[in-house]
Design a binder for this molecule. Structure first.
Ligand code: KE4
Length: 418
């Protein structure tokens, strides 16, 4: 038995599925998870000493790679001053000012995960509008807050049904489900629920059904429909924030949301989420306003140090985004040449290979992908020292530490798998 297998055996006795987050269990690709021991730049090593090119990067946070010197140094300095105070610190002000400067939002509140950011933004949208209903999109994932663990209800126009045990039907009933890249499906729901929809929440680039870019006009159309219906537009930028551009998808697509949620990159690898928007909206949040939200470790100084170090580099070096996009394009082109019967969807450094002949512009097309071929793809990459997401419905995350040679190695490997 490998050390990973031994650890997994032990882990399953004391943790549900042996993991602290379901996707890590590798259940959809029929293998055991490789327990990782360390990372450096674009590489990780598992507990058996095997080295991999890392295409997960902790699911997005490590846009500068593992053990980025500036991030490590900032964390080291912060740790020596104390781990947590539960009191305001200068680092939180620096972080808030930097996030507002990079994204164009006026106020921001730090929380501890993307889920918490979404949960808080939804409550704020409901509190600010006095409305209860939320529109989300099938195939988009926004963390595990009850209102987002909802699938389309029986009637297309009726409220949703729980998509997890433990989510009360009453809560699910206030979440309506539309189709990504289908403005008509949003319009129908807004018309069927006049004056009742607090917000539309969307991943500006869907990355949890695999990567599905917004069709031209889709985001602009959502902005228009929300304005016409007094509904708030929430961009869930937990993945796209600070990845597509310093200002995230708002900058990349030139569409402003009313509220934006962040996670992953904002923490530099530490547990950080955030939500923000206009001063008018954010002043509704406690202690100023009636919408309550709180957190013991929100704005934690060590986490702020990591996030600040990473964001400051991203702000100061716009060429990083050109490099990420160039390498993404190189990988996309190479995979399309190496493999047949696939679609490659990419936005910048986010990329997914779908094993289907159909263009993947939405959730149904994504689900038409051949999961048996995907499984072979995943295991073939792993055997060749390439660590990719163990699910068809995730993204590859390129980081600034990936080299052209590594991109070429991934392409060459793809050509050997099939
Ligand atoms: P967290 O609570 O996991 O920090 O963020 C939830 C979340 C919110 N919004 C979007 C668009 C997200 O992608 C996520 C979480 N992303 C997944 C990967 N697709 C995290 C990986 C995991 O669940 O272990």
């Amino acid at each position: 038995m490998t050390r990973s297998e031994q650890l997994f055996e032990k882990a399953q006795k004391v943790m549900p599925g042996g993991v602290n987050s379901p996707v890590r269990a590798c259940r959809s690709v029929g293998t055991y998870p490789r327990f990782l021991d360390r990372g450096l730049g674009s590489h990780v090593w598992d507990v058996d000493g095997k080295e991999y090119i890392d295409l997960i990067g902790s699911w997005g946070p490590l846009i500068l790679g593992h053990c980025c010197e500036a991030v490590e140094q900032a964390v080291g300095e912060a740790i020596r001053k104390g781990l947590s105070f539960g009191a305001p610190t200068a680092a939180e002000v620096d972080m808030a000012e930097l996030v507002c400067d990079m994204t164009g939002i006026e106020m921001v509140r730090m929380v501890n995960s993307g889920t918490e950011a979404v949960m808080s933004a939804l409550r704020l949208a409901r509190g600010a509008t006095g409305r209860s209903k939320i529109i989300k999109f099938a195939g988009c994932y926004h963390g595990h807050t009850d209102a987002m663990l909802v699938k389309a209800g029986s009637g297309a126009l009726t409220g949703g049904a729980p998509d997890s045990a433990g989510v009360p039907a009453e809560i699910a009933g206030d979440t309506l489900t539309a189709s990504y890249n289908d403005l008509g499906s949003v319009e129908v729901l807004l018309k069927a629920n006049p004056g009742q929809v607090a917000a539309v929440i969307v991943e500006p680039v869907a990355a949890n059904m695999g990567v599905v870019p917004p069709q031209p006009g889709f985001l602009q159309g959502l902005r228009r429909l929300c304005d016409e219906n007094g509904t708030l537009l929430i961009f869930d930028e937990v993945i796209t924030g600070f990845r597509l551009a310093p200002g995230g998808a708002q900058e990349y697509y030139g569409v402003r949301a009313d509220l934006v949620t962040y996670g992953k990159i904002i923490g530099g690898g530490m547990p950080v989420g955030a939500y923000g928007g206009s001063r008018k909206l954010m002043e509704q949040v406690a202690p100023l306003g009636p919408v309550y939200q709180a957190g013991t470790l929100s704005g934690n100084p060590v986490a702020m140090a990591a996030g600040l170090a990473q964001l400051r580099i991203l702000k100061s070096a716009p060429e990083i985004y050109e490099n990420l996009d160039r390498r993404g394009a190189m990988l996309e082109k190479g995979l399309k040449q190496a493999l047949s019967g696939i679609q490659v969807n990419r936005v910048g450094s986010l990329l997914t290979v779908f094993f289907t002949e159909n263009p993947v512009t939405g959730y149904d097309a994504a689900r038409s992908s051949d999961l048996t071929r995907f499984r072979r793809w995943y295991l073939g990459l792993l055997e060749n020292g390439i660590y990719a997401a163990p699910s068809q419905f995730e993204a590859m995350f390129l980081c600034n530490a990936h080299t052209d040679a590594e991109i070429q190695r991934i392409i060459d490997c793809a050509g050997r798998i099939f």
